[in-house]
Write a protein that binds this ligand. Structure first.
Ligand code: NAP
Length: 264
């Protein structure tokens, strides 16, 4: 099969939620795809995406590991990557001192280390070819100290900051970096992070298709940061001017198990 006119896009975390929607938008726009996730359900996503008439290669890899990132990078070797949508990530609810550090480390290794490793490898190729689009899924969580999801919010603060710096480093190279910063979105995120039984887990959330559309459009335009939804945008604007203690307290109420929250 010859390469599509839109080119080739890599989408990580494409088996569900925001990543699945992002992959759908890429396919509808005519991108061939390499999609990756760490469970076999990525094959089902790939099967559905092929219905758009584009080539889709699916990889079942743990992007928290160097071996997983290497496998993904090898899969695109020799092909020009036009867009990298680095979206895979997960949270871990609960008090930090009571967490299994292996699980906490996996959050950091997925959201930060594996994400940066992939961006560096693909970004070098893009810089050499003088063009490319990078979309990184950060979060408005990066603006807020994440009581009872502390490691996760820390990783997203890192990613939000990193994306802005990389964007600046790459200006005038033809490679753009866009950071999508969603607020709470209706995906498997909360269940996986053991946050389903919390106010934020049970509260109103944004639609992943709308969130993905916001990020995808911004990526195509080469925009910098995008926060999905007006309410979220206002939170993001207000955050830097608000002391961290004041920002942490509402988060505590949102991420405390519902049964306990009434007593706080
Ligand atoms: N939902 C929200 O409220 C929200 C808000 C702000 C930002 N975000 C961010 O949005 C991104 C997508 O999350 P989502 O909400 O769409 O949740 P989701 O439905 O749970 O999707 C997460 C995706 O990431 C993949 N993934 C997680 N860890 C991985 C690993 N180590 N290696 C490979 N793939 C991995 C998952 O693959 P498997 O299914 O194969 O495990 C899945 O495809 C994440 O970066 C998340 O932090 C989410």
């Amino acid at each position: 099969m010859t390469q599509s006119r839109a080119g080739l896009a890599i989408v990580t975390g494409a088996s569900s939620g925001i990543g699945r929607e992002l992959a759908g938008l890429c396919a509808a726009a005519g991108y061939d795809l390499v999609v990756a996730a760490d469970e076999r359900s990525i094959e089902e996503s790939a099967h559905a995406l092929r219905g758009c008439g584009v080539r889709v290669d699916a990889l079942n890899v743990d992007l928290a590991t160097a071996a997983g990132v290497d496998c993904l990078h090898q899969a695109v070797r020799g092909r020009r990557v036009d867009a990298l949508l680095a979206n895979a990530g997960h949270g871990l609810g609960g008090p930090f001192l009571d967490q299994d550090f292996t699980q906490a480390r996996h959050v950091i290794d997925t959201n930060v280390t594996g994400t940066l490793d992939l961006i560096q490898r693909v970004g070098r190729d893009m810089r050499a070819q003088g063009r490319g689009r990078i979309l990184i899924t950060g979060s408005i969580a990066g603006f807020i100290p994440g009581t009872f999801n502390a490691v996760y919010n820390g990783t997203k603060a890192f990613i939000d900051s990193f994306a802005a710096a990389l964007r600046d480093e790459l200006k005038e190279t033809g490679v753009t970096v866009t950071c999508l910063m969603p607020g709470p979105t209706q995906t498997r995120f909360f269940e996986r992070a053991n946050l389903a039984d919390t106010k934020v887990g049970q509260g109103r959330k944004d639609n992943p298709a709308d969130v993905a559309r916001t990020g995808f459009d911004a990526m195509l335009k080469g925009e910098a940061d995008v926060v999905s939804g007006l309410e979220r945008a206002l939170e993001a604007v207000a955050a830097p001017a608000t002391p961290s203690g004041i920002r942490a307290d509402p988060h505590r109420r949102q991420t405390t198990p519902v049964a306990k929250a009434d007593r706080i």
